[in-house]
Design a protein around this ligand. Structure first.
Ligand code: 13P
Ligand code: SF4
Length: 306
């Protein structure tokens, strides 16, 4: 397997050079995919990176909305998503038509969309946010009432950090909901020294047990602190690869081995190589949608990290 991966890696790196491509990978990607990437990060970092790269081709190793965001930000670049089936189920829990309907019911509400949403939903929203800046984005708004879509759990977490009136879309992340509070309680008994760090997509009962609630990029930064030597990690298990690689000697314990995002795992070395060979599948947001969605994404990028 090691040799096969080495062979694929060599081919990908050669082809990447001749195509003038950059490879961006999310923190939940398979370890071997993270290892061939030029940059590994959270949703906000990857969007920021897409705007900065000079490469003509972006190979996005993540899910569809992430490649869509790169297309919104970089209309002149070719954005490849090595497997078109890699869509985020939470992002699919809301459609632009459904959101328009809800907006008609709440005419005064400011719409904030989590970046885990389609370009069409972003185009219907006032401002976008990621888990890294959600509270800061909400706090920046001069709004009476905020409709937050599509993640009810991230929405609920933000509402505990602000006085603003928030209404939630009933979406959720099936992967994060696999993490049960009992798993954390049991692991805390086994590892009493460990810090509990969870993603804000987790259910409130899990968040209540955490020392820190952070985006995946925030989790990686927190792990580097000298006083953190053991960590119970309440998010998708792919992040453990990066945490262990960057922090040799520290202990990282997944809150649940079941917290796997199957769509993230569709991207493999084989699919990356195939995608670079064939220059497909490409994600391209239609211009009319892109321009509207860009306003919401730009507002978020101006605000930056929380
Ligand atoms: P981050 O932006 O924290 O990387 O989260 C993305 C995501 O899909 C979480 O499930
Ligand atoms: Fe979507 Fe959850 Fe997978 Fe993140 S982990 S991409 S929110 S399904």
């Amino acid at each position: 397997m090691g040799n096969r991966n080495d062979e694929l890696t060599d081919k990908i790196l050669n082809l990447k050079k001749s195509r003038g491509a950059v490879i961006l990978a999310h923190n939940y990607q398979l370890g071997e995919v993270q290892d061939i990437a030029d940059y590994v990060g959270d949703s906000l970092e990857l969007s920021q990176n897409a705007t900065k790269t000079d490469a003509e081709v972006i190979v996005f190793c993540g899910v569809h909305f992430m490649a869509g965001t790169a297309s919104i930000l970089c209309p002149d670049k070719i954005v490849l998503l090595p497997d078109m089936h890699a869509g985020c189920p939470m992002a699919d829990m809301i459609t632009a038509e459904g959101l328009r309907q809800r907006k008609r019911e709440l005419p005064g509400a400011t719409v904030v969309c989590y970046i885990n949403s389609s370009a069409e939903v972003k185009a219907e929203s006032d401002v976008c946010c990621t888990s890294a800046n959600a509270v800061k984005v909400i706090e920046s708004l001069d709004a009476e009432e905020i409709l937050f879509v599509p993640d009810q759990y991230l929405g609920h977490y933000i509402s505990t950090k602000t006085d603003k009136k928030m209404i939630f879309w009933p979406g959720f992340c099936p992967t994060h909901l696999r993490i049960q509070p009992q798993y954390i309680t049991d692991l805390k008994q086994e590892y009493p020294q460990a810090k509990v760090v969870v993603h804000p997509e987790c259910r409130p009962e899990v968040i209540a047990l955490a020392d820190e609630v952070l985006s995946t990029g925030g989790i990686c930064r927190y792990a580097r602190q000298e006083d953190v030597t053991q960590m119970i990690v309440g998010t998708e298990v792919g992040i453990i690869h990066r945490l262990r690689k960057e922090n040799p000697g520290k202990k990282f314990i997944p809150a649940s081995e079941q917290a796997v995002c199957p769509r993230m795992k569709l991207i493999t070395l084989e699919s990356v190589l195939w995608s670079l060979q064939e220059m497909t599948p490409q994600v391209k947001v239609p211009e009319e949608i892109r321009l509207k969605a860009r306003t919401a994404v730009d507002k978020m990028l101006e605000i930056g990290r929380g």
